[in-house]
Design a protein around this ligand. Sequence first.
Ligand code: G6P
Length: 607
Amino acid sequence: MCGIVGAIAQRDVVAHLIDGLKRLEYRGYDSSGIAVLNDGIHRVRRVGRVAEMEAAAAEEGAHGHVGIGHTRWATHGGVTEPNAHPHVSGDVVVVHNGIIENHESQRQRLRDLGYTFESQTDTEVIAHLVHHYLQTEGELLAAVQRAVRELDGAYAIGVVSTRQPDLLVGARMGCPLLVGLGEGENFIASDVSAVLAATRRVMFLEEGDVVALRLDGVQVFDRDGAAIERAVRLSDVSLASLELGPYNHFMQKEIHEQPKALADTIEQVLEQGFSPALFGDESGEVLRQVEGVQILACGTSFYAGSVAKYWIERIAKLPCTVEIASEYRYREAVANPKYLIVTISQSGETLDTMEALKYAQSLGHDLSLSICNVRESAIPRASRLVFYTRAGAEIGVASTKAFTTQLVALFTLAATLAKLGGKLSADEEHAHLDALRQLPGSVQHALNLEPQIKPWADRFAPKHHALYLGRGVHYPIAMEGALKIKEITYIHAEAYAAGELKHGPLALVDEEMPVVVIAPNDSLLEKVKSNMQEVRARGGELFVFADLDSHFGESDGVHVIRTPRHVGVLSPVVHAIPVQLLSYHTALARGTDVDKPRNLAKSVTVE
Ligand code: G6P
């Protein structure tokens, strides 16, 4: 959600700013803008895609050696050009991610000082506040340092002023911001993808940091205003991983990258076995104390956690609860400090998950583990242990390869806890490692089902509703399937544990209701078959994802696609693939925007 870029260079920075914003598009946005300094402030803003703003900037001949840019996902104030960033106050220009909670009181105070407001955004408060302090401090860096001390809430900002056109200032609290270090040029951005075209050398800012960027260097100040050094790292994200290559959509690319993403994630497990070392330095000490697991996550990550509950209880024999982070954080939870708090987040910056972790910590939970796909992001940094999935950059809003690699991480956690607790025999460990070794191949087999799934998508495309059914460890896969189809096709879909069918949803079933069933040959298959009969008897059309051992055939109104073999305990990972493909091809058939579904954001940094 929302993205920031900024640059100071000897060259014209407009192309860099726009390229950076395009790379941040995946985070979700509805308007965009840039401002560059030349003799004055040249600002270009547009509602809609960055490409429209780019065309306007070209037409107007925008150019400058220092500038900032922004993609906005509306929170305070509608999707309008006056609400789009950057916001200007006199000679000061600001872009901002996050939410300023005390904006009302600041707005009143600034009005009393004579400022007028042109937008409904909380960000304009920051622009005026910096402008106000620029008059008293006489210097942009000091003005920003004064201004941010008065902001409550979360922010990452970029600020420039024609008063000091040789300076770009950034600051962060609660929202990500990093610095890209070039040769005689420097950059800020919300995430590394937006600086990689210029440099791989990056510096992650800490909470409360303010940074001053000039052509020849960068100075960082901590929240107390003291000069401080922050580590410089070489990013391991490759530019190629951010490109589409031969694919039409990032979601398509990411679905097909899963065998590799899984193999990369599994590699570290196969090298070390189910060893605590996989989760970080302190993990032996932390994991040995664990008497139960509390998983907190949002969206697809929550469904990964929901699968893990079955594994942790079955394999590690530890109680496990899974909760939506936004619910947990406002619940009066009873803490058991011997429970491991596991947060799952692709981005590592989902606000509700971060706040749920902080809330758990405030309740006395000291044992925490983050499963995350983005290095150095906020949630792993706030956790004692971390397991980084190696899915590579995930750009499509609808999560795919992040989900399946999260499942591998969680399976590994279950087996590791089991081993530490003396619940895993050598034979079982060997079998689980072998299952992991086979997994990328099994996922490739599932991908090979694509030609069979396409005709199903054509039948799905005209539908308005769908039901997804599963049982046991495959019930969360039904939930993830329903979420995927909602997200990118806008078909209303609901998932049910198949045993619940007759307690309500069966009333919805008629010839118009496609019912997708996840039905591999596990211990609940016979139960699922009975549930399918209940659907068929009411005229519902069944679309069944099974495996070779499921032993039932096609018949009138019952369509079956089988994965080539049953893969045992890791079967949920394999069965995630066909539901992803069904959603993708249905979206193509309906002509929706696969990678940027309406109203959604990849990275949800607000409540
Ligand atoms: C958004 C994304 C989902 C994602 C969820 C949680 O809603 O669109 O794809 O599952 O956030 O994100 P996280 O980065 O914490 O896994």
